[in-house]
Write a protein that binds this ligand. Sequence first.
Ligand code: MSP
Length: 663
Amino acid sequence: MRDKTFYVTTPIYYANAKPHIGHAYSTIVADVLTRFHRQRGVDSFFLTGTDEHGVNIERAAEARGIDIRAHVDEVVEQFKSAFAKLEVNYDRWIRTTDPHHEAAVQKFWQLMEERGFIYKGSYEGWFCGYCNEFKDVDVKDTDPQCPIHERPLDRVSEESYFFKFSEFQKPLLEHYEKHPEFVQPDVRRNEVASFVAGGLKDLSVSRVSVKWGIPVPGDPNHTIYVWLDALCNYITALGWGSDEQKDFKRYWPALHLVGKDILRFHAVYWPAFLMAAGVELPRQVYAHGMLLRGGQKMGKSLGNAIQLEALHQHFTPDMIRYFLLREVVFGQDGEVTYEALIDRVNSDLADGLGNLASRTLTMIRNYCEGRPPRAAVDDAEVRDGIAEAKKKFDEEFASLNFSRALEAAWSGLARVDKFITGNQPWKLAKDPSVRPQLENVLATAFEGLRQVVLLVAPVMPESTRRIWAQMGLAGDPLQIDPNEVRWGEPLEVSTIERISPAFPKLDKERIMSEINNEASEPLAPTTSETAAAPQADQPTAPEPATAAAAAESNIITIDDFIKVELRAATVLEAERVPKADKLLRLIVDLGEEKPRQILAGIAQHYEPEQLVGRKIIVVSNLAPRKLRGLESNGMLLAASIGEDGRPVLATFTEEVPNGARLK
Ligand code: MSP
């Protein structure tokens, strides 16, 4: 059954520095989701905004030598204009300095207090003003640093109000158990649940040392802990706590999109606060991964973030939006490079969607006076292929698997492309006796294009609107529910006249050289740079020209490498191996006569159902070996990342047949 309403939120961004691509990420996703639901007729609401209280904001204003309010006002404008440039269309911008928010947070506090969950005590600990939280540090460390920000921690001792966090361990665990969809992806829920299962200490929720905050009701020496203040934005923005609760009643509960770095606040603190105040919990907290640069999280602390201004110099908003959704698997970390962005635009947009649109429309203009013909006979393969792509697109979108959803749309597009190429309409056009056949081909291509354009409109609102208009179709594709559209239905179409490429092909070399000249350092080393010649003043390593020389170092020859057979495969089945925590048993299709069984030690990081249907890379000529009585016939490839060596499976970003060899 379709949900009646849809309410999505992004985290509210700290108003202490200008926005970068990491902030744009969840905001773009929220925008796309809202457009997706609205297009399907669901009453939707999209909230974003700024987190403006606390010491880090005070310090940022102080460092600039300006008044705090002037500082936050300025940053808010920067965020708003950055999001507008990315075609982000939010419904409300909440600021934690909004008077109605401040009043509602005080009301929320009073409710928690009246219900017996707040008491006064005193607290001493190491505090990071940038994280806004006390840190657990080694007792022997006399000058500890914040592990995230690598800056000294402040020793803070003060009278404080406490929240009875410890009382919520059981209710929280019960909630995770009863509503497994509450925290997603599953692996994150497991992390959160084991954190809670480890015990919850009462939480200090007021500060006397922080002046820039919301006063504690009845004790204005204290300000309310910024995370408590900030989290409340999700309900105060809907009018909770005021007489005007209309939107709260209409849209709550929310889907909260958050970075995995702030998941604990949303999946543990926030529901505990809500339970304490007696307010309904959110529908879901979904933690996305981090955008990385050179393997590290991009951000202001490390100063390695891609600046949005730089992106806009070379890419349109739709290109950026498409790239972020297609390239980075939502829920997982993803390296972002300009090279990958250019490649995606060229292969998927210029050569893919853009090319399909231009070739279809140009042929209709040239062979049919610009009037799209109607098909006398349906091409079942294309029609069914598109229907399948639409179904898969919606299913994947509903689970926030944007990358796979777009993959599905592109597989629909590939069907249409293949159909055109197979029927060679340019040849048919030369022979008047096969006119009906030509018209059928062009009608089918036009219809396929129409349906794919509708599907991807939430992701690329501007370019799909442009293609739609060039197709001679009326209205805005975002106002048309793709599921209400029938294949081959009669259309009112005006004559196709001006056709301009929807996506220009980007000149990689030129753009990269401009980017490298603009920035003091390139975004990511290219392969050629990684293997660049040594500096003149550094000793050079001897060239391992021979196998003997190679054997001396850890460098291998091509003959060594070629011995390893790496092949593309698809996971057909996956299940846990009983009594083996780490092992999954996979049945994989390597394009051979029979699928193979492979055992992989990834059970702590991947759920079996996550893997079914995934494209993987397998070492296919490894000698079979037995594990727990089961035979493993190959090994899958994964990167090992982070301190715990978490595996991230290797895959392809384009269609590859099973069995294809990597070399
Ligand atoms: N103000 C808090 C959130 C309060 S919500 C009640 C905050 N703000 S933030 O500006 O530091 O971060 C906001 C969001 O941006 C977080 O979800 C964070 O994960 C996200 N990102 C910041 N850098 C990022 C990347 N490099 N990649 C992806 N998202 C990242 O935390």
